[in-house]
Design a protein. Structure first.
Length: 514
């Protein structure tokens, strides 16, 4: 067991309470009797490589069946969920190995289209399936400043933020080079690909953007992770940032911590009805007031591993949201760490194992939380969710050659290991779930960074219709919670589940004024 040092900060009005102590009594997982949660369905090889998790799932062909969309170097593929065969492709040399496509109905015809980030020259393409084996280009937006330099590593986000029925699209590029004039941009596009607003940003890395009306006042805000001002790349980073979504005017920024590799997560941690903003890096997690960026909670712990995405969910059904995180790329930590976001307690560590005594398995992306196995309900009647993760390691032989063993692990919400699928090779990306073959059951789909996509069957009945899982966007929604469930897009019916805040005078840019 690792020796853990834990620092808790509860920040109120000029109040900081800090406790440093070893954490004892948290739960280490045990091996339950093995069960079969996932059964291999098919494996597709020969795709181009992706380093950042380039899979989403949604019906882009308009036939009612969920398709798999995979973005790899120079290409986007639409795959048939029944067997992994190629339905259609989009070839563009501007697509890089960081491509994270997202699916939205861009033209409003009722069928999902594909938003494709273009690495260099930086831009965003919208493509759609029209029955041909080559996807049709709807438009291409070049989003960089006058120099045309920089690149796009982040994923876009979209929603109808003004209620006019048309999609508003947001994408961020990065330019940290003096050769390019430091003109990274965050851009708002209309549904035709026209740039309607832009603002400066420094480095939106592999994270991206989050979008919500966090305070329920009828005005949408945009959130982006950036490098902090003290980073060793020139000092123009603005840490965590918030913009008015309407015109990209900056609301606030936090210059003091790094969060460029993640999309900020939006969740109500302190249970006041207002969404808070979560962003962390390495050994720190910050919970911020979404209105002004001030700390609500701040935790620093040697047990915490945060860099890329993380998950926020009440996994143990105790009424408090938990943080589920890992960061194998930077600390070789063979655990998924689970923290109670209300108490700051380290609830559990899920051990990923070692390939050899000196080579731990680790996990890059943070786990997936999904209901993929009939395992009963929690005491409050909600279904027990599972924790699914891909674990990876690097093996160096005596001759210096490298191999990359990998495995899939499934835990229940009491942290018992249910299934361990070994014998995989090359780094596993973030998993997705959906009914990809119209059998009424969920399948799990995962990519590996060498251009391999694997599908697995489950026996779990898939929600359909209005409760369908939103697997067409990374982390299953614009709030980026990382939980495979149905979420509601900005301005869709029932987006506001509580009455809008009634202001004595409407705020600037207010749209849905009560």
């Amino acid at each position: 067991m690792k020796n853990r040092i834990f620092t808790v900060g509860l920040i109120g009005i000029l109040l900081l309470s800090t406790v440093i102590a070893p954490i004892m009594g948290y739960i280490l997982p045990v091996h339950a009797d093995p069960v079969t949660v996932l059964t291999p369905k098919w494996t597709r090889t020969g795709l181009t490589s992706n380093w950042e998790g380039g899979i989403v799932i949604g019906d882009v062909t308009g036939d009612g069946r969920e398709d798999i969309v995979y973005g790899g170097n120079d290409n986007v593929y639409v795959l048939d969920g029944r067997d992994g065969a190629t339905i259609a492709t989009y070839h563009e040399t501007r697509i890089g190995q960081y491509c994270q496509p997202q699916l939205y109905d861009v033209d409003g015809d009722g069928v999902l289209d594909i938003l494709v980030p273009l690495y260099y020259l930086p831009g965003l393409a919208a493509v759609q399936y029209d029955g041909d084996s080559t996807l049709r280009v709807m438009w291409v937006a070049n989003i960089q400043g006058s120099s045309g330099s920089g690149s796009v590593m982040a994923k876009p986000v979209a929603g109808d933020i003004d209620g006019d029925g048309d999609l508003d699209i947001f994408i961020a590029s990065q330019d940290v080079s003096p050769l390019g004039g430091y003109d990274g941009t965050i851009s708002k596009l209309d549904h035709n690909g026209n740039i309607v607003a832009q603002s400066f940003t420094w480095r939106a890395c592999s994270g991206g953007l989050s979008l919500a009306d966090t305070d329920n006042d009828g005005v949408f805000e945009l959130y982006q992770g950036d490098r902090q001002m003290s980073y060793r790349d020139g000092g123009y980073g603005k840490g965590l940032r918030s913009f008015w979504a309407d015109n990209l005017t900056e609301r606030w920024s936090r210059l003091d911590f790094l969060s460029s590799s993640q999309s900020p997560v939006l969740a109500d941690i302190n249970k006041d009805g207002v969404l808070d903003v979560l962003a962390g890096m390495y050994r720190e997690m910050n919970v911020l007031n979404s209105t002004n960026g001030e700390w609500i909670y701040r935790w620093q712990s040697s047990a915490m591993s945060v860099h890329y995405g993380f998950v926020v969910h009440d996994i143990d059904a105790d009424g408090n949201l938990e943080l589920l995180c890992s960061d194998g790329d930077h600390d070789n930590d063979p655990y998924i760490d689970i923290f109670d976001l209300t108490t700051g307690q380290l609830d559990a560590e899920l051990y990923l194992g070692h390939y050899t005594p000196t080579q731990p398995y680790d996990e890059k992306w943070g786990p997936l939380v999904a209901d993929i196995y009939d395992n009963g309900n929690n005491p409050d009647g909600t279904p027990r969710m599972e924790i699914i993760t891909g674990a990876n390691t690097t093996r160096i032989s005596t001759t210096g050659s490298r191999s990359y063993p990998a495995k899939l692990l499934i835990y229940d919400n009491q942290y018992n290991l249910l299934q361990n699928i070994t014998g995989l090779a090359n780094q596993i990306g973030y998993p997705f779930v959906g009914d990809i073959d119209e059998d009424g059951l969920l399948e799990l789909v995962v990519m590996q960074n060498n251009g391999v996509v694997r599908a697995y069957d489950t026996t779990k009945v898939a929600a359909s219709g209005s409760q369908r899982i939103r697997s067409e966007v990374t982390y299953f929604g614009e709030k980026r919670l990382g939980v495979a469930e149905h979420t509601i897009m900005p301005w869709e019916p029932d987006y506001w589940t509580a009455p809008l805040v009634k202001l004595s005078a409407p705020a600037d840019n207010a749209l849905a004024v009560p």
